[in-house]
Design a protein around this ligand. Structure first.
Ligand SMILES: CC(C)(COP(=O)(O)OP(=O)(O)OC[C@H]1O[C@@H](n2cnc3c(N)ncnc32)[C@H](O)[C@@H]1OP(=O)(O)O)[C@@H](O)C(=O)NCCC(=O)NCCS
Length: 117
């Protein structure tokens, strides 16, 4: 199921089955029926939100925010994530939910965001 989500939501850089299996073992995953998912890695000091994805047909209906808030609700340490600089929908959502800019990855043209507690 996660592999199908990946292909539909991140067609340009989908995680393959092996990577998904590895990440499932290292973190927690929330799935909203067959509509959306959040994949996290729980490191000692931070939780890395690796993926937040809503299938195109279900976007802009509040699901992304609900899933993100679910992750934040369970988080007992700061949450970090990487988002492409041109990903306006995701950036707006993360900023609204209190994430702050902590860095920039020039190679990926991506921003590092963090939310403390
Ligand atoms: C980013 C994503 C998870 C948002 O999920 P969603 O369910 O569509 O978003 P929501 O309906 O919960 O909207 C929450 C907020 O996100 C922002 N947003 C969502 N879609 C947007 C769009 N198309 N344009 C502008 N802002 C948008 C808005 O700020 C929105 O709040 P508002 O409706 O009060 O304006 C979803 O668009 C997605 O899966 N995108 C593809 C994968 C991706 O880029 N994931 C993030 C990688 S870091």
């Amino acid at each position: 199921m996660i592999a199908r989500f990946e292909q539909e939501v991140f067609p340009d850089n989908s995680l393959n089955e092996l990577s998904i299996e590895k990440e499932l073992g290292a973190g927690r995953t929330w799935v909203a029926e067959d509509q959306a998912y959040a994949l996290t890695r729980w490191d000692e000091d931070v939780i890395d939100l690796l993926r937040l994805g809503v299938l195109p047909a279900y976007q802009r209906q509040g699901l992304g925010r609900v899933l993100l808030r679910t992750v934040l609700h369970h988080a007992d340490r700061p949450v970090i994530l990487t988002v492409r600089r041109n990903n306006d929908p995701a950036l707006r959502l993360y900023r609204q939910e209190g994430f702050q800019l902590t860095g920039y990855l020039p190679d990926a043209d991506a921003l590092l965001l963090k939310k403390w507690g």
